[in-house]
Design a protein around this ligand. Sequence first.
Ligand code: NAG
Length: 157
Amino acid sequence: MERRIFAISLFLVAFFAPGILAGVCNMTGLWRNDLGSVLNLNEIENYKLKGKFLTAVEAAKGEAGSDRRARVIGIKNNGKEPTFSMSVAWDGGSITSWVGQCLMLEDGQQILRTTWLLRSPATNLLEDWKSTRIGQDTFRQINGDIPQGIHQKSVNL
Ligand SMILES: *[C@@H]1O[C@H](CO)[C@@H](O)[C@H](O)[C@H]1NC(C)=O
């Protein structure tokens, strides 16, 4: 009887411990997307996101401002794999907004799967139709490593 309880307990621990250890998606930290842009995020009071974004690309020269860096503001849901949205207003006049979800991979890594809209300022109404781009982007956690091609100074947001 005792042995059986022990076996059942062991089974339960083996099955459920990894899930418990895996915990919930923690969006605080350094992230890099497919294009090499770097995002430094902080979760605040479990529903707000604040941070800095350093873009590796821009739709038109100068659109992201001279240092290609801007503040990020967002909002997130609670839960193990929360959905969120965040936005950046670039010095050059454009705006990017992402909606997405923080997802856990089986190896314990976290990713941010996002869809974004980028609005560039139209100089007049005739240009309005071509002023919004859409795309998809996955951010992966950097874990303190400095991404290649970006100087440490730049990542120190
Ligand atoms: C999330 O990660 C940050 C940075 O690693 C850490 O300081 C913070 O305590 C973590 N939050 C939770 C709820 O685990």
